[in-house]
Design a binder for this molecule. Structure first.
Ligand SMILES: NC(=O)c1ccc[n+]([C@@H]2O[C@H](COP(=O)([O-])OP(=O)(O)OC[C@H]3O[C@@H](n4cnc5c(N)ncnc54)[C@H](OP(=O)(O)O)[C@@H]3O)[C@@H](O)[C@H]2O)c1
Length: 276
């Protein structure tokens, strides 16, 4: 119900909140020195690019992986190359106990969590009439439950710390129906986490920011497969998939003090795919 102009004009205690005590120099705002970022799905693809982005900006990184043990070597390489602290952790995001335990381990090892990037995901792209119920359950458990568990257990630390920053990797498939292969369950899981992220941005407004990244086609294992690649090129105004180096800046922006006035945003990065 709307207020009258007189009612709306009443001063409310605690407002306006103060501006953040952050550098005015934009390159300094992007610095991650002293900050701790956790990235899941970090062994390869977008997650690995994000881990590099944080380290290149001077930040410490916890790399979570599921089955790809290359994360261990990548963590060692990143630490050596950029002189930051890193560690790899194996955790299946659909296992709530494992997520909670690993979150606590990271806090023990690194002292805090400044940023959590909930990036792990998977797809079994089929029409619903061909999709088995176990395939449905699997996608829900990783893409939905996994994000919910990571957000919940990171969120407890954010609240206790009094600061935090959650970035969720969703997809353009949260807002468009991808063609030519129907994949309603994958699309639905991504729509859930986009709206979940926006809802958390409101719930956590006093201690943490939450934003969503919605990629179009990127050249990774989950990028456009053989059957859709030509249609992906045709439908994307830039005429190609994205390279993972082209998404690093967006995650760094959202993770860093360059984006302190941004929360609840869902940023599309799709080479223009969703334009027409
Ligand atoms: N590439 C694209 O075109 C595109 C477009 C839109 C959205 N996305 C999203 O971007 C995110 C990253 O995907 P990507 O493109 O970088 O492909 P990717 O290299 O295959 O990354 C997916 C990651 O998710 C992890 N993962 C899968 N199941 C898991 C589980 N049960 N527990 C923990 N981690 C699990 C994998 O870990 P392991 O390898 O260690 O098992 C893998 O590192 C996904 O959420 C995806 O939906 C990608």
């Amino acid at each position: 119900m709307s207020m009258t102009v007189e009612e709306a004009g009443v001063e409310r205690p605690g407002f306006p909140k103060p501006f953040p005590n952050t550098p005015s120099n934009v390159l300094e705002q992007f610095q991650m020195k002293g900050k701790v970022t956790v990235v899941n799905g970090a062994a390869d693809g977008i997650g690995l690019a994000v881990a590099y982005a944080m380290a290149e900006a001077g930040g410490n990184v916890a790399l979570w992986y599921n089955s790809n043990h290359a994360a261990i070597t990548r963590a060692e390489e990143i630490a050596k190359e950029f002189g930051v602290k890193t560690k790899a952790y194996q955790v299946a995001v659909e296992n709530a106990d494992a997520v909670e335990k690993t979150m606590d381990e990271v806090v023990n090892d690194f002292g805090k969590i400044d940023v959590f990037v909930a990036n792990a995901g998977m797809a079994i792209s089929k029409p619903i009439l061909e999709q088995t119920l176990p395939e449905y359950d699997k996608q829900m458990s990783v893409n939905v439950n996994g994000v919910v568990y990571c957000a919940k257990f990171a969120g407890h630390h954010f609240k206790r710390q009094g600061f935090g920053n959650l970035i969720i990797t969703s997809s353009m498939s949260a807002r468009i129906v991808n063609v030519p292969i129907d994949q309603p369950i994958y699309n639905g899981t991504k729509a859930f986490i986009s709206h979940f992220g926006k809802s958390l941005a409101h719930e956590w407004k006093d201690f943490a920011r939450v934003n969503i990244v919605s990629p179009g086609f990127f050249d990774t294992k989950m990028g456009a497969g053989e059957k859709v690649i030509n249609e992906a090129y045709r439908m994307t105004p830039l005429g190609r998939q994205g390279h993972t180096k082209e998404i690093k800046g967006l995650y760094l922006y959202l993770a860093s003090d360059a984006s302190t006035y941004m929360t609840g945003s869902d940023v599309l990065i799709d080479g223009g795919y969703c334009l027409p």
